[in-house]
Design a protein around this ligand. Structure first.
Ligand code: SDX
Length: 371
């Protein structure tokens, strides 16, 4: 083990997603194919059942998610009591998920059927929590989900209060698929360690949200947008990036613990970011991003990761910048739940050892002899 983490150590087996030679697959399906052909609901089904759904199975899942998307009034009322101008939406999401557990009669019921029902309720309510808070802090009432909209469209509808354009739904659907699962990343490992004690699903997802919040993990996409805004124009990129590197500061959105040649998700988000400039008429965020990538990678062989281009995609879709990581969490909940099911099934505590580097054995020193 090195100081920066458990590089290369295998903590568990898993059949959900794999990263081999910089290729990412969900249960054997390449995300390049899934991003082009699938809906996010198909991917949720695939991650939870380890098979693509039939038409009937997909329809049933879509119906279940739509039926459980609306938030209980007590959750909405509690959100209105937070310090709206100060609290971060990831803090709200973490707290609301924990509160949902308090209101769920079967929160601590540990059997496959109950856990699946809880997974449906949690997955369905994640976008509703993010959307409701995004509106409440602007003094707007939450918008109830519509039964006739799919997951991606409903998420945007609940935030904006109007039906999104097809290109916006396409972008959100792709982004949700690309962020859904990623082997044993920090937040997924957090969820697994938590439920490996046989703790409940709400505890596992709450813990995972806490881990994803950090800027070295899911919080990076918000930091990328902060950087793009600080840079402001393409002609300022070179001096900004070189100054950061000279100060040994990290450029958010680049590097990855596992990928070496490149994060396969980045190309899809880069393409979507370019396509969305046609919708927004604001090419500068994409152009600045491309210039940052060119400048940074010419200095350091660290390609962009999933967070880099997702920033300009989410900005183009009109989301507040501190909502970017909650969007990541909405998608990754599908992966976290898949890993939680798998962890419950293999039912073993995860308890790694530490390499002790402290003082060797020594005798107790009475208080009056201490210096
Ligand atoms: C996600 O694990 C997952 O799967 C996560 C994720 C998922 O889908 O769940 O892919 C999502 O979290 C993506 C990563 C988002 N985070 C960021 O973009 C933050 C910026 N990136 C870095 O903090 C870093 O690259 C990490 C945390 C992503 C990976 O760090 P590592 O593998 O521990 O590498 P390191 O920090 O030990 O760095 C190795 C070297 C160092 O240089 P030296 O000290 O050896 O000279 O590379 C440098 C680092 O300084 N480096 C960077 C850098 N990332 C690494 N230098 C500048 N900018 C960067 N972004």
């Amino acid at each position: 083990m090195t100081a920066s983490g458990l590089e290369g150590v295998v903590a568990t087996t898993s059949s959900i997603s794999s990263i081999i030679d910089d290729t990412l697959t969900y249960v054997g399906y390449n995300i390049d194919d899934l991003t082009v052909h699938a809906s996010f609901e198909e991917v949720i089904y695939l991650l939870w059942h380890l098979e693509l759904p039939t038409k009937e199975q997909l329809q049933e899942l879509k119906q279940q998610l739509a039926d459980h998307m609306e938030l209980p009034p007590e959750i909405i009322e509690s959100m209105k009591k937070y310090p709206l101008d100060k609290v971060h939406p990831m803090t709200v999401l973490r707290t609301a998920v924990s509160s949902l557990g308090a209101f769920d009669d079967e929160a601590d019921v540990m059997n496959e059927e109950a856990n699946y029902r809880k997974a449906i309720r949690l997955q369905a309510k994640m976008p509703a929590i993010v959307a409701a808070f995004a509106r409440i802090r602007k003094g707007l009432e939450p918008v109830a989900p519509r039964k006739d909209l799919g997951f991606a469209a409903n998420f945007m509808y609940m935030i904006k209060g109007e039906e999104p354009a097809d290109i916006e739904v396409e972008a959100m659907n792709k982004a949700l698929i690309l962020h859904a699962d990623h082997e044993l990343n920090a937040s997924t490992f957090t969820a697994r360690v938590c439920v490996a004690t046989l703790s409940d699903i709400y505890s596992g997802i709450t813990a995972a949200i806490g881990a994803l919040k950090g800027p070295l993990h899911g919080g990076a996409n918000e930091q990328v947008m902060k950087m793009l805004t600080e840079i402001g124009s393409v002609d300022k990129v070179e001096s900004y990036v070189k100054d950061k590197l000279e100060k040994k500061e990290k450029i958010m959105g680049f590097g990855h613990r596992v990928y070496r040649k490149g994060d396969p998700r980045a190309k899809h988000l880069k393409e979507m970011s370019k396509k969305l400039t046609e919708l927004t008429g604001e090419p500068e965020w994409y152009n600045i991003s491309v210039k940052v990538e060119e400048t940074f990678t010419s200095e350091k062989p660290l390609p962009p990761n999933v967070d880099f281009y997702s920033a300009s995609v989410y900005h183009s879709l009109g989301f507040d910048h501190d909502i970017f990581t909650p969007i990541f969490a909405v998608s990754r909940t599908s992966g976290w739940l898949a890993h939680i099911f798998e962890q419950y099934a293999n039912n073993r505590l995860i308890r790694p050892r530490a390499e002790y580097t402290g003082p060797s054995m020594r005798s107790y020193i009475p208080m009056d002899e201490r210096k």
